[in-house]
Every structure is written in structure tokens, then in C-alpha cells.
Design a protein around this ligand. Structure first.
Ligand SMILES: [Zn+2]
Length: 487
């Protein structure tokens, strides 16, 4: 038995997600990424004396929607607390957060793995807080941070609304951790509560990892891994940490509780601080902010407006339409595209052809032109019409493709174009036979080749007939007739 089969990993994830709002959490400064340092600031987010915070209503609504998406409880009473700590990136020297009465409690995240297996990870809570500023360590002198002589602080990010999703330790592998994070991401993007751009730091996560012998129900000593800046680095860091802990235990050692920083470049982690240095945050209710009362009627109104959440959509696409994991995921990861697709199905009653058009020709046109399918001039009703024309063999697939390109330019109803321009497919046997005879007569050398056994030249002849028909001849009929004539 290999080392990995003797142990089971137990993983919990804390994930910080910046909320998408016009203004910051407690002031009117814009919630915007980038900008010159210290330009999106005001007395409140700079913590100047006497400045008072006012909670952002939209951020609280986002929290309620996020909680509802995961079936969390939304308590009717919640409050903000001060989390005290002394770092230069927080001008107040405390952060407004939520301690014992978060906006959402419990709930569960359902996610899927690459092979389609559904998994569930329980949520402990999702609470609301404010983001910190950003420190940059510069120079090469003998500052307190190795290799730097001084630190620069940008408070543009200070006060940006941030939700922290805390999971129960229900995750068992690096792959599951990534599946879980993808589920958070696609849900928040679909709800419009966050853009979830990891490269801009709007989703950041820490993983608590421990191992235990297979069959044991006790929790081992955990290490917290920080500084993972992509889903790929989360995966690598967890794989590395599980192997590191197994190495420690199998070598007769003991895992110590500590915080480790992931070093993406070297593919390793380094100890940042042990438990003894952990902070005592001395939480207490923020006296500058009134508690939050979320009316049950408001929660019910929000619940009634919730869209179909990604995992339910996934199960529907799999069970009802028989799509594979990749197809279903591709649609769901672009919520506007998935909604567009659903509307195509509603118009055409044909999921498979809708999928072919949406992920095929329409996505190709979108890539080519830089316009999203859902934002294009082609309406789902027009796609439904086009599918109807294909289903009834009024047009063949080549004409459908040409039509779609013109619809993309704004040509409108495909049925109207077909009628106006006489594009309907010709299944008139007499007319097709005339065309076939003409083509065979015009290419005696090719006909001779065919008769000598080079039957693959038939493709050329079919092409010539299709061309002569203006693309309208029924291709299977053309093929059959050529075969018959050439014996
Ligand atoms: Zn401000």
C-alpha cells in the first residue's frame, strides 16, 4: 500500500470575494480596480477622526442572494464587529467584519468534478467585511521585510466590500478544492455579485489542510496555506501540502499547526508563522454602525427572484438533454450564453441542434467578431426558426451556415430570407437529375477516372452539382443520383 492510500486529506477553504458594487462598503468612494494610488479615498476609508461609516445596501443584498444560492439561513438580525489588528494596510488599525452574527449561516455548495461526479461541501457561514489596502515592498536596503528598504501603501482597495465564505472541512483532494472554488465562482458571476477576477485579486483563498489515517474520524493538526493566486496554484499547493504532511508523519514527525505561504515559482511552501504567534483579534460590536435587520419578507422576495443555480442547470443539461460534462460546463460557465441557449431550446424544442449552433457556428462568429453571442443581433427566436428550417429539410446545413453569418450581420428572420431569395433546398428529383447530367457531361475525364475505380472523385462531382444549384440541392439526393448514374 502506497503512502497516499494510508491517509485521507481533510481540507477546508476560506475564500474572500470582492463584491461588485458602485461604491465601497462604508463610504461613497468608487469600488474600482486600478487607478493611481490613493486616489479613491475619503475621510471614512482613510479613517480620519470623526468620519462615520454607513453600510452599503447593495452589498448586503448581494450577501443575501449569495446565501440563498447555497441554501443558507439568512438570520433576521446581524451586526458588524471590529476585528483589531495592527498592520499598515488598514488605516483604522481594525477591520470592520462580522464575528458571531454573520449575514448568512450554513448552507452547502454542490459542485462537480471533471468526470461529472456531484459533490457537496457544507458552508459554515458567509460574512461581510471590508477589504484592506495594499502594501508594496520596494528597494533593496535593510527594511524589515527581506530585500526591501521601504514599503508603499495604497488605500484604494481599503473599504471595498468583501465577503468571506468559510467552508466546513468536507473537501478531500486538490481536485475537489478546485471544483468547489469553480462552483463559488460560477455562482457569484451568475448572480452578478462579483466579477471574480483572480488576476485582479477579487477572489483570494486560503486552505486548511490536514491528514489522518484512512478510516479515522478525528481531525489531524492542520496547516493553513496562503498566497495562492489561481485555481491552478490552489491545486498545486494542496497536492504539495498533502505530500509534505505525509512525509512528516511517515518520517516519525508531527505536523505542527502553522501558516505556510505558497511559493508558486518554486512549487513549494514556507512556514510564515506558528500558532503561538497567532493574533488575538479582540472582536467587539462596532459602535458606529447600526445592526442589520433583514426582513423575512425581503428574503422571500429575493428568493423568488433567484435564477436557476449552476448545479441545478448542470443536472438538467445532463439528465434531460444528455449533454456531456464538457458541453454542459462550457454553457454554464458563461451564464448569459446558457440563458441564450435555454431560450433557443424554448423556441426550437431541439436541445441538440441548439447546442450545435450555440457552441458551434455562433461561438465561432462571437470569437471572430468579439461580440458575445447573447449580445449579438441574432435572437434565440431566429435561431429557433433556423433550426425549424433545417429540421424540415427546407434548407441544408451549408445554407444554414451562410444564413447564420448574415443573421449575425443583422439580416433578421431566416424564414423571410429563404422565402425572399428562393433559398429553399431543391428536392425536385427532375431538376437535380438535369444538373447531374450537365455536370457528368462537362467532366468526361473525371467520370472515366471514377469508372476506372477512383471512386473518391465522386466528391468533386457532388461539389460541382451543389455549386450549379446555388447550394440549394439536397446533398444526399445528389450523392445517390451520381452513384446510380455511374453504376
Ligand atoms: Zn472612502
Amino acid at each position: 500500500m502506497g503512502a497516499h492510500e494510508k491517509y485521507e486529506a481533510v481540507i477546508g477553504i476560506e475564500c474572500h470575494v470582492e463584491l461588485k458594487t458602485a461604491s465601497k462598503m462604508f463610504c461613497a468612494c468608487p469600488n474600482a480596480f486600478g487607478g493611481d494610488p490613493n486616489t479613491n479615498v475619503c475621510p471614512v476609508c482613510l479613517a480620519l477622526p470623526g468620519a462615520l461609516p454607513v453600510a452599503n445596501r447593495v452589498a448586503i443584498e448581494h450577501m443575501v442572494r449569495a446565501g440563498l444560492a447555497f441554501g443558507a439561513e439568512i438570520p433576521s438580525f446581524s451586526k458588524f464587529d471590529r476585528k483589531n489588528y495592527f498592520y499598515p494596510d488598514m488605516p483604522k488599525d481594525y477591520q470592520i467584519s462580522q464575528f458571531d452574527m454573520p449575514l448568512t449561516q450554513g448552507g452547502e455548495v454542490k459542485y462537480w468534478l471533471e468526470d461529472g461526479t456531484m459533490k457537496t461541501c457544507r458552508l459554515t457561514r458567509i460574512h461581510l467585511e471590508e477589504d484592506t489596502g495594499k502594501s508594496t515592498h520596494a528597494g533593496s536596503g535593510d527594511g524589515r521585510i527581506a530585500g526591501s528598504s521601504h514599503s508603499l501603501i495604497d488605500f484604494n482597495r481599503a473599504g471595498v466590500p468583501l465577503m468571506e465564505c468559510v467552508s466546513e472541512p468536507d473537501i478531500r483532494s486538490a481536485q475537489e478544492a478546485v471544483g468547489y472554488l469553480e462552483a463559488l465562482k460560477r455562482t457569484f458571476v451568475q448572480l452578478g455579485v462579483s466579477d471574480v477576477k483572480m488576476e485582479e485579486g477579487s477572489l483570494r483563498c486560503d486552505a486548511n489542510v490536514s491528514i489522518r489515517p484512512v478510516g479515522s474520524t478525528e481531525l489531524g493538526t492542520k496547516a493553513e496555506i496562503k498566497n495562492m493566486n489561481s485555481f491552478r496554484s490552489v491545486e498545486r499547493a494542496i497536492v504539495h501540502e498533502i505530500a509534505r504532511q505525509i512525509g512528516v508523519v511517515d518520517g516519525g514527525g508531527r505536523v505542527v499547526q502553522e501558516t505556510r505561504g505558497w511559493d508558486e515559482v518554486n512549487g513549494t511552501s514556507i512556514s510564515m508563522r506558528s500558532k503561538e504567534q497567532a493574533h488575538d483579534y479582540r472582536y467587539f460590536p462596532d459602535p458606529d454602525l447600526v445592526p442589520i435587520e433583514v426582513a423575512p419578507a425581503f428574503v422571500e422576495r429575493m428568493r423568488a427572484q433567484m435564477p436557476e443555480v449552476p448545479w441545478r442547470r448542470f443536472e438538467r443539461y445532463r439528465a434531460e438533454y444528455g449533454f456531456n460534462v464538457k458541453q454542459a460546463t462550457q454553457l454554464i460557465d458563461d451564464p448569459a450564453l446558457a440563458t441564450y441557449f435555454d431560450e433557443c431550446v424554448a423556441a426550437s424544442k431541439n436541445p441538440q441542434l441548439s447546442l450545435n449552433f450555440v457552441l458551434g457556428e455562433l461561438s465561432r462568429l462571437a470569437n471572430e467578431t468579439g461580440v458575445a453571442v447573447a449580445q449579438s443581433k441574432v435572437t434565440p427566436q431566429e435561431v429557433g426558426e433556423l433550426i425549424g428550417l433545417v429540421e424540415h429539410k427546407t434548407i441544408n446545413s451549408n445554407i444554414a451556415k451562410d444564413l447564420l453569418a448574415r443573421m449575425w450581420e443583422g439580416a433578421g428572420s431566416p424564414r423571410a430570407i429563404v422565402e425572399r431569395e428562393g433559398l429553399a433546398q431543391t428536392s425536385d428529383a427532375g431538376a437535380i437529375e438535369t444538373l447531374v447530367d450537365d455536370v457528368l457531361g462537362a467532366h468526361p475525364a473525371v467520370v472515366a477516372e471514377y469508372k476506372a475505380g477512383k471512386t473518391n472523385v465522386a466528391g468533386f462531382l457532388v461539389g460541382q452539382v451543389m455549386k450549379a444549384s446555388g447550394g440549394k440541392a439536397n446533398p444526399p439526393m445528389v450523392q445517390a443520383l451520381i452513384k446510380k448514374k455511374l453504376g
